[in-house]
Design a protein around this ligand. Structure first.
Ligand SMILES: *[C@@H]1O[C@H](CO)[C@@H](O)[C@H](O)[C@H]1NC(C)=O
Ligand SMILES: *[C@@H]1O[C@H](CO)[C@@H](O)[C@H](O)[C@H]1NC(C)=O
Ligand SMILES: *[C@@H]1O[C@H](CO)[C@@H](O)[C@H](O)[C@H]1NC(C)=O
Ligand SMILES: *[C@@H]1O[C@H](CO)[C@@H](O)[C@H](O)[C@H]1NC(C)=O
Length: 762
């Protein structure tokens, strides 16, 4: 080998080594860079990981304080809104979308982008809350909320949602016209408070035990929100008494159960917009109740303070008013008041708002995100076991079916048909070889998306009544007759003909969220479109009494059918979720014995002429007959708590004696009840304990009040169950005109079913 050749070979080797080294270094650098910028775990990023806010051994307030110290003013402004823009100057925070929804399952929301992206294309859709509440089943409430919270965390773990969910809606369903009453547990403050407490528990999980919140719940809309019409400018004029015993209890229960967020209403409360209401936000919610989470405005609510309520005079004043009141996160509707137009920046520039005010607001939001583990390092990041496989899983789908079955309310059951005198039907009677024939008639006979109600997720499939009933009755006939809310595609003659030629007609009527929903109060509570005519034609033609399924969230005036012998049975099946059709078939054929009880008074249409929708009074004043079972002093069509079963339950008090209780008693007094199934079928049953105060229905006292409820499962024929209610002095309190709760001495009655027991408080 010549020297020259050796030199060339060496040179090539050196160049090659250098080239390889350069390539390796570049690749390593690029990969490191990528892994840093792509690392979704905030406290594993190089910029953040060594800072105190990422040190999980420090107290949370110290961490929050440190985090805020690293933010620039510009970043702080961007972080004050629901679409928070993040930070990049000194620390690295991604944009965070506060707005997520989980009313009855993880819900689709155009702002959060949680669906349509693997692996979370679907979620489990449970029944709408007004229906679920009819189960009066605490354990079921918990399982639904727990499953929803688990799916919510799984969405987050998949990178497809935030951790802050703006549910539940615990407003009182005050007026039957309200389009969003369906989202609430109903008209009773105790039931709403119990539901709120359990939902918050199930959604948020056990923070003490887990070390972190599972997801964050938000009780809304504070307070007294219960109409859609002009909601952005409405002033809810509420007495102290109604505030104390009707509008506040569910929110108080939320705070007592450590809810981490409250949303303010659009409306004003006695002249002061809820979003700028310092008395309620700061003095009551944080001060008296001890709330330690974040307060969010309803979306567009800050805008309303200035432009709708005209409570403030300028954009700067508006920023100050809401921050000073104690609001922390602004939810914008079409853009945000704080950021898009630079109003918050302006307010800081002109000295109306200080940076310290932003720090206070931000610290409350960040504190909740920290309790959720949003910043943790991978090693400490919680709930990693909740992966997308649990979303829309078999157990959750079965739970949704269970919830739907227990939500259905049987209102009338007297078919008087020879051979079939009552529900349930035996589908073998309608086999291909029998003369009996079954026809489904009405716009909701093939209901599907209508079962989802407001604020729903995207289910992988929906069970329709037609399909589920046809599975048992193959020669089933059907005729829609008309649409829910239009005067097109009317086929009344065809429906009449089918009714004439069928031995059993099953009507499927009702409304939908097109008619009652957000922005949509009703003007009346009648069936819409051509449905009344359809029913009249069918009833006149039918050979035998018909069965009527009514699908709605709010009340439908059923007075025309309640006492009509041509209507043999009425079942209120609400927006009961993705398994709606299956639950309906199960009730129809007796695979489930219905046990739901109404959580709203079923009025007739004339009621609406007697109460002004905007009148917030619960008590009968200004010539109104009062609102809800606690105050309504006329006969309802079907009352709060009404609901039949395929079997009969008989109540007997354990003792016939009156009860005497001292207002100073330190322990509660037990009253026992025997519940016996004296019918032919096994069934579930909810026991509702009411109390009737002295001067019931007079001097501002309610007619009666729900004080306790208990769901009993699978009581077999002839079986008995013994249950108890424990009467404590606090159950004898009523709110006075100043909104203070006072013990009312004297003769009370404990009421359960038709039984009453005299209880004297001394
Ligand atoms: C609630 O969810 C957890 C998972 O976070 C599960 O282990 C538990 O069994 C659920 N509880 C109920 C009552 O469904
Ligand atoms: C708005 O302007 C009116 C009239 O000038 C004044 O009385 C009121 O105090 C102002 N309100 C606020 C919040 O600045
Ligand atoms: C019933 O609804 C399902 C699901 O929306 C649809 O696929 C089917 O065609 C409908 N059936 C009739 C008879 O309209
Ligand atoms: C009742 O309300 C429906 C839907 O809100 C409406 O279409 C209908 O016109 C109303 N009927 C009357 C008599 O006001």
């Amino acid at each position: 080998m010549t020297r020259k050749k050796l030199f060339i070979k060496l040179s090539i080797a050196v160049v090659a080594i250098i080239a390889v080294t350069v390539i390796v270094v570049v690749v390593v650098l690029v990969r490191r860079r990528n892994s840093e910028s792509e690392n979704s775990i905030i406290c594993e990023r190089l910029e953040n990981s060594a800072l105190p806010f990422c040190d999980s051994s420090l107290p949370i307030d110290e961490r929050v304080h440190d985090l805020i110290n690293h933010l620039t003013l510009e970043e702080k402004i961007g972080l004050m809104v629901d679409k928070a823009t993040g930070a990049s100057e000194n620390i690295k925070l991604d944009p965070y979308f506060w707005w997520n929804e989980a009313l009855h399952g993880v819900a689709w929301n155009r702002n959060a982008g949680t669906f349509f992206r693997p692996p979370t294309e679907y979620s489990t859709v449970f029944p709408q809350i007004i229906s679920l509440a009819a189960s009066f089943d605490r354990e079921l409430f918990f399982r639904m909320a727990n499953a929803t919270g688990n799916e919510a965390r799984a969405f987050y773990n998949a990178g497809n949602s935030g951790l802050t969910f703006w549910s539940p809606n615990v407003n009182i369903f005050r007026d039957p016209r309200w389009g969003r009453g369906q989202e609430t547990p109903g008209e009773d403050p105790y039931l709403n408070a119990e539901y709120a407490r359990i939902f918050v528990d199930g959604l948020q999980g056990d923070e003490k035990q887990a070390g972190f919140l599972k997801v964050s719940a938000c009780c809304k809309h504070f307070a007294a929100h219960s109409l859609e019409e002009n909601r952005h400018s409405f002033d809810a004029v509420v007495t102290e008494q109604d505030m104390a015993d009707t509008y506040l209890p569910a929110f108080k229960a939320c705070v007592e159960n450590h809810v981490t967020s409250i949303m303010t209403a659009y409306s004003a409360i006695n002249g002061i917009p809820a979003a700028a209401n310092k008395y309620y936000i700061t003095d009551v919610i944080r001060g008296q109740w001890g709330f330690d989470g974040y307060i969010v405005s309803d979306c567009g609510g800050v805008n309303d303070v200035l432009y709708e309520h005209k409570y403030t005079n300028s954009t700067s004043e508006t920023c100050r008013a809401v921050l000073n009141a104690g609001m922390d996160v602004e939810c914008g509707l079409y853009g945000s008041f704080f950021s898009d137009d630079g109003f918050l920046r302006e307010a800081i520039n002109d000295g109306t708002v200080t940076e310290a005010m932003l720090d206070t607001a931000l610290s409350r939001g960040f504190r909740v995100l920290m309790r959720l583990g949003h910043f943790e390092k991978d090693a400490t990041s919680p709930f990693k076991e909740l992966q997308p496989e649990i979303v829309n899983s078999e157990p959750h789908r079965l739970l949704s079916l269970e919830c739907a079955r227990r939500s259905i309310v049987l209102l009338k059951n007297d078919l008087s048909v020879p051979g079939i005198s009552r529900l349930p039907l035996n589908y073998q009677d309608f086999s291909a070889y029998s003369d009996a024939s079954m026809a489904l008639i009405g716009p909701h006979l093939n209901a599907s998306t209508v079962f989802l109600g407001n604020y729903h997720g995207i289910p992988s499939s929906i069970k329709t009544p037609l399909n589920e009933i046809r599975a048992n009755v193959p020669n089933l006939k059907w005729e829609f007759g008309c649409e829910t809310d239009s005067f097109e595609n009317v086929r009344l003659d065809e429906a009449e003909e089918m009714a004439r030629t069928s031995s059993q007609v099953i009507l499927f009527v009702g409304i939908s969220t097109e008619i009652e929903g957000e922005y949509g109060d009703r003007s009346n509570i009648s069936l819409t479109g051509m449905q009344s005519e359809l029913i009249d034609r069918v009833l006149a033609a039918a050979q035998n009494p018909v069965i009527m399924f009514v699908i709605s969230g709010g009340v439908i005036d059923l007075s025309p059918y309640k006492n009509d012998p041509r209507v043999g049975a009425i079942i209120w099946a609400g927006y009961i979720g993705q398994s709606g059709g299956e639950a309906i078939a199960d009730v129809l054929f007796g695979r489930y014995n219905p046990s739901g009880r109404l959580t709203q008074t079923f009025y007739d249409n004339s009621y609406l002429g007697k109460v002004i929708k905007q009148d917030m009074n619960m008590r009968p004043v200004n010539g109104s007959p009062g609102r809800t079972y606690r105050f309504y002093n006329e006969e309802p069509v079907y009352g709060f708590g009404f609901g039949l079963s395929y079997t009969t339950f008989l109540y007997t008090f354990l003792s016939n004696d009156d009860v005497q209780i001292s207002q100073f008693a330190s322990e509660c007094t037990n009253v026992g009840l025997i519940v016996e199934n004296v019918g032919q079928r096994a069934g579930d049953h909810s026991v509702l304990w009411f109390m009737v105060p002295p001067n019931a229905g007079r001097i501002g006292h309610p007619i009666k009040i729900l004080r306790e409820f208990e769901k009993l499962h699978d009581i077999l024929p002839t079986q008995t169950r013994e249950i108890h209610v424990c009467l404590s002095p606090s159950m004898f309190q009523l709110a006075n005109e100043n909104g203070d709760f006072e013990v009312v001495l004297g003769e009370w009655y404990l009421m359960v079913g038709d039984l009453t027991k005299r209880v004297v408080l001394t």
